[in-house]
Ligand binder design. Structure first.
Ligand code: NAD
Length: 388
């Protein structure tokens, strides 16, 4: 049974009886609905605070799901991003409650439904997609609205005391009040290292993050003609993996390079004696891991991130997104107990499906991370008509 009508999903309309029941459920606080076992019948209402690079993608991914809907998105003021929200039918709210700022929207011809407090009041969970380091101020607002919250990787783990990736610690996040979906780099490292760790029981990793200097939509970041080492060593990426999988011993370095397309990770992992793996069995393990793509750089003629992104555009997700972590098959080699590999990360989109799984964890509706991942990815594929 579906509660919303959506032309891209082709959902059905409610009968009157279903509608009456639905209204009854809506009027019951969500924790009581959960206790009564009704939650699986309810569409989770998700607020998106910050409708930029990550926010607009998370909104689409939520809109694709049958068990959740976008209750509204916020913009700080009228700008080109408002057009997208209106086109998608997402109710538009102002990031602030200040009447003057709310009025600015109508002056520019955009209908604004109110301020952030109004949006939080009609939502079950808020996904904070504001620029990194806005977290502390926003957290206070979420706590006073008594709403569940998810921050992004631009915030520190200490803000929430809990972090999330689908494969590493979904269960740990079940029914939590709030958490943080780790950064694109940490998500990428977790995707390939967690299955290795689970097989081996221990893992020591040294890796270098070769980072894009700016997202394609950014005009104010760089470098544009230099390689910029992150001089705070080791970089934070390794220790960030340990916020979701503390058992993995990992250190990292990072450099920013003049590209906007992707990050590349150069990884050296020491496996414990007796691991029983080969290069081929490791590739097979990753083939069986959700949201990982393996292709051969030479044979598939996909030697660089430029071709990887071209392949992603062929897949057909909006914005040419690649939710999967990309591994070059011919760049993987186990030498005795030491594993070498490269992987590429589409920084703007690998965290998007993780936010959807994270909502299911916080709302306590799906314990099995693999089931949530399958549901999320399948719904996104249907939404963009990618399933044959
Ligand atoms: P962005 O700058 O593209 O978008 C942020 C949006 O939030 C903008 O629309 C901005 O106007 C709005 N905003 C500004 N101040 C706000 C406030 N106080 N409250 C709410 N909204 C506010 O940023 P982004 O790239 O989407 O990054 C969002 C978060 O996601 C950050 O924590 C970032 O570190 C993380 N992240 C970004 C990427 C990436 O590659 N862009 C990848 C993974 C995680």
């Amino acid at each position: 049974m579906h509660y919303t009508t959506h032309p891209e999903r082709g959902d059905s309309l409610l009968t009157l009886t279903e509608f009456a029941r639905f209204i009854g459920i809506l009027q019951t606080p969500i924790n009581q609905r959960q206790r009564h076992g009704d939650l699986k019948m309810v569409t989770i209402k998700v607020a998106i605070n910050g409708f930029g690079t990550i926010g607009k993608r998370v909104a689409d991914a939520i809109d694709a799901q049958e068990d959740m809907k976008v209750s509204g998105v916020t913009k700080t003021g009228p700008s080109f991003g408002c057009e997208l929200a209106i086109k998608k039918g997402f109710p538009l709210y102002c990031t602030f409650d200040d009447e003057d700022r709310i009025d600015q929207f109508s002056k520019q011809g955009y209908s604004c439904a109110g301020g952030l407090s109004d949006l939080l009041a009609i939502s079950d969970v808020v996904v904070d997609c504001s620029p990194g380091k806005s977290g502390a101020e926003n957290l206070e607002k979420y706590q006073s609205a008594d709403i569940k919250y998810i921050f992004q990787g631009g915030e520190k783990h200490e803000l929430t005391g809990l972090s999330y990736t689908s494969s590493a610690n979904h269960m740990e996040n079940m029914n939590a009040k709030g958490t943080r979906v780790v950064s694109c780099n940490t998500t990428g490292l977790s995707r390939t290292l967690v299955p290795l760790f689970e097989h081996c029981g221990s893992l020591k990793v040294e890796c270098t993050m070769i980072r894009r200097a700016a997202d394609p939509g950014d005009s104010g970041k760089g470098p544009i003609n230099a390689i910029k080492p992150v001089l705070k060593v080791p970089s934070h990426h390794g220790s960030d993996v340990m916020t979701v999988k503390p058992e993995i011993e990992i250190n990292s370095l990072a450099v920013a390079v003049s590209t906007t397309l992707m990050h590349v990770h150069s990884i050296v992992a020491d496996l414990p004696e007796g691991h029983g793996l080969t290069t081929e069995s490791i590739l097979q393990m990753w083939t069986n891991t959700p949201r990982v793509i393996i292709m051969n750089g030479a044979e598939d003629r996909i030697p660089t991130t430029a071709e990887v992104m071209e392949m992603a555009r062929d897949i057909g997700r909006k914005w040419g997104d690649l939710h999967e972590i990309f591994i070059w098959e011919d760049g993987v080699k186990l030498v005795e107990d030491r594993l070498y590999y490269f992987q590429a990360i589409h920084q703007e989109s690998d965290v998007i499906p993780e936010n959807v799984d994270c909502i299911r964890a916080l709302m306590g509706v799906e314990k099995d991370w693999r089931k949530s991942v399958a549901k999320t990815d399948d719904s996104i594929s249907r939404y963009y008509s990618l399933l044959s």
